[in-house]
Design a protein around this ligand. Structure first.
Ligand code: G3P
Ligand code: CA
Length: 242
């Protein structure tokens, strides 16, 4: 059964990468979450997508220039009325202990390297005993290899957005357990061959009915969507087909 991962939480209906969006995603009955992590000035791992806080919070400036305490004063709930802070990864991992969700942590370190971020994240994942429910991904494949070297027990998956030739061979070469392609560069044949070669495939960000249906039909490992409610409804219909 193709798993459904909620992209930045249930971001179609709630402010992305907030505790509310993760809690609401869990309530939908989805299988997993996707989220982005970066480091504050004083080295706290926080859950936010952009390098700057401008788009998703009440503040302005780079995440790396805020202390954790300063960052927590910003309001990350732009879609709602109640003030809500940017979550720390620790807060999120602690909450994950209350459920069974799989968690895809994307290292957002393509533009700013955030030296030592992988080690901090690994330490937290181990502290909360979640190593078998975490998948690390990144567009920065050096980071993927770096995290594998430090924590071979945690699955890694490179993100990519353009055609990669025989991506399962590449994944195997960097000891990744999966690949996370943009859905437009994940045709059925690539999905099938990667999975036959033991590589999990979780395309992003799949929001249209027809694209979801295609991935259910091909039996893709999982996909990442902003709208888990829609994905689960389509999965249910697909499973009930004669
Ligand atoms: O992890 C899949 C997807 O989230 C990658 O793109 O920009 O949404 O982080 P982006
Ligand atoms: Ca992401």
């Amino acid at each position: 059964m193709t798993q459904v991962f909620a992209h930045r939480g249930y971001s179609a209906a709630f402010s992305e990468n907030t505790m509310t969006s993760f809690i609401e995603a869990e309530k939908t009955g989805c299988d997993g979450l996707e989220m982005d992590v970066q480091l504050t000035k004083d080295g706290e791992v926080v859950v936010i997508h952009d390098e700057k806080v401008d788009r998703t919070t009440s503040g302005t400036g780079f995440v790396k220039d805020f202390t954790y305490k300063e960052l927590r004063n910003l309001n990350a709930n732009k879609m709602g009325v109640k003030k809500e802070p940017i979550p720390s990864l620790e807060e999120l991992l602690e909450w994950l202990q209350s459920n069974k969700l799989i968690c895809n942590i994307e290292f957002k370190n393509g533009i700013i390297r955030y030296e030592g971020m992988e080690e901090k994240v690994i330490e937290l994942v181990r502290k909360y005993g979640l190593t078998d429910r975490i998948v690390f991904s990144s567009f920065n494949h050096y980071s993927i290899v770096h995290s594998f070297r430090h924590a071979p027990e945690i699955e890694t998956a490179p993100l990519y957005s353009e055609g990669l030739y025989m991506p399962w061979i590449y994944a195997q070469s960097i000891r990744a357990g999966g690949i996370h392609p943009k859905y437009t560069v994940a045709p059925d044949e690539i999905i099938k061959q990667a999975m036959e070669n033991g590589i999990a495939v979780r395309p992003y960000t799949v929001n249209k009915d027809a694209d979801m249906l295609r991935l259910f039909k091909v039996g893709c490992t999982a996909f990442i969507t902003d709208d888990p409610i829609k994905a689960l409804r389509i999965r249910k219909q697909f499973e009930k087909r004669p």
